[in-house]
Write a protein that binds this ligand. Sequence first.
Ligand SMILES: Cc1cc2nc3c(=O)[nH]c(=O)nc-3n(C[C@H](O)[C@H](O)[C@H](O)COP(=O)(O)OP(=O)(O)OC[C@H]3O[C@@H](n4cnc5c(N)ncnc54)[C@H](O)[C@@H]3O)c2cc1C
Length: 440
Amino acid sequence: MGTAAEGTPLWQNWSGTERADPARTVRPASTAELAEAVAAAAADGLRVKAVGAGHSFSGIAVPDGVRVDMGGLDQVVSVEQRTGVVTVEAGMPLWRLNQVLDAHGLALENMGDIDRQTISGAISTGTHGTGDRYRGFSWQVKGLLVVLADGLTVRCTEFERPELFAAARLGLGALGVIAEVTLQCVPAFRLKAVERPERLETVLGGLDELVAENDHFEFYWFPHTERTLTKRNNRYAMSEPSRAPGRLSYWWSEGFTENTLFEASNRVGARFPRMVPRLNRLAGRVWSAREYTDVSHKVFASPRSVRFREMEYAMPREALPGVLRDLRAMVDRERHLVSFPVEVRFAAADDIWLSTAQGRRTAYVAVHQYHRHEHEAYFRDCAAIFDAADGRPHWGKMHALDAEELGKRYEHFDDFLAVRDEVDPDRRFANPYLDRVLGA
Ligand SMILES: Cc1cc2nc3c(=O)[nH]c(=O)nc-3n(C[C@H](O)[C@H](O)[C@H](O)COP(=O)(O)OP(=O)(O)OC[C@H]3O[C@@H](n4cnc5c(N)ncnc54)[C@H](O)[C@@H]3O)c2cc1C
């Protein structure tokens, strides 16, 4: 049972960049309990923060008053197999959502690299995958049930409270606590994955074809080298035979190479920083070519056990080659030692108010640093390049921008703030990160 106080455990996010000591933690098991918890917080003058899987790198999920642990709200509400419209409680993790969808011959249209996030956490920060014709999680949202600051529970869709819907489908946790999410899913499909090393200049030279000819194209560039690992994932019907990697091959690539060996290499790099370029050349060779076909989510998502820090910006697609060349020159010039590959992904334009892909065909560039390496100077220099390209930072990843700067980069920023003023005038759902990026 949920809404009673359950002590004040210290909280920290996945990457260890954020910590909090909330006044209390509640774990509601129904929408009614969630609404009671919000009303009780208001009565006690405490702020409220819904927390999903804590996988945001930024301070967006940091709770200072009441931490609402969404783990108790993880059930299926309804599945319409014929239309693909599925409603689940907001705390359902993506890996379980995929199991539910599998059982009904359905799938998420697109996914990012992992499946540990909750559905409400994923939509609230604009989580995305890759694909020039595809969009992020929030695009699939058709309706929300939200508990507002006054404790009232309201439903919103494109037709019912459309302004609240436009804001809350990618709402940064700033407007209320989402209790249920309704998603438009697609028929289950397979992905055929082709992964291979290629030279950076070859990839940049052929980018238009690569993103146009593949449903989901992305690549990783290993700093200090010319090497990239490209990933082409293409969609097939479920009648396509599965050629899933065998257990040994799966263990070798996703378990050993991308996690155990990568962790060991990063530890060596942290101890002996001058070895990083050589280790990157080695990683570029070890992350080798492979091909396999499997049900979509098993190809999209993989385990990630090596801890890291991440910053990711969305920029106009045409800016990408210049941004990567600048990045490369900057890393050499400033002598940063970067042991993690830079990840490059793509998305179609969308019309969601605070979406990083709003109104423009987008390329995403994500920079990472191992958690034992210093990341500040490298991220600061990367941000200067992304800012110059009119970049928009991922809401759930590290960045230093504030409301004044972000307001210039989003056409609907003021529309979002107007909805926030209307539904949360007392800033019940604020925290220091939201004070910075939206204003107090
Ligand atoms: C290893 C790793 C890989 C990642 N890969 C990708 C990727 O491929 N693509 C990508 O775009 N991002 C990626 N991310 C970022 C991640 O998807 C986002 O930060 C996401 O928001 C995390 O979801 P969560 O459930 O952990 O949410 P949290 O981090 O717990 O919360 C995020 C935000 O959602 C709000 N929230 C949560 N639940 C609710 C609710 N019920 N109602 C209202 N607000 C709510 C919180 O208040 C907070 O504002 C990755 C992160 C990690 C650590």
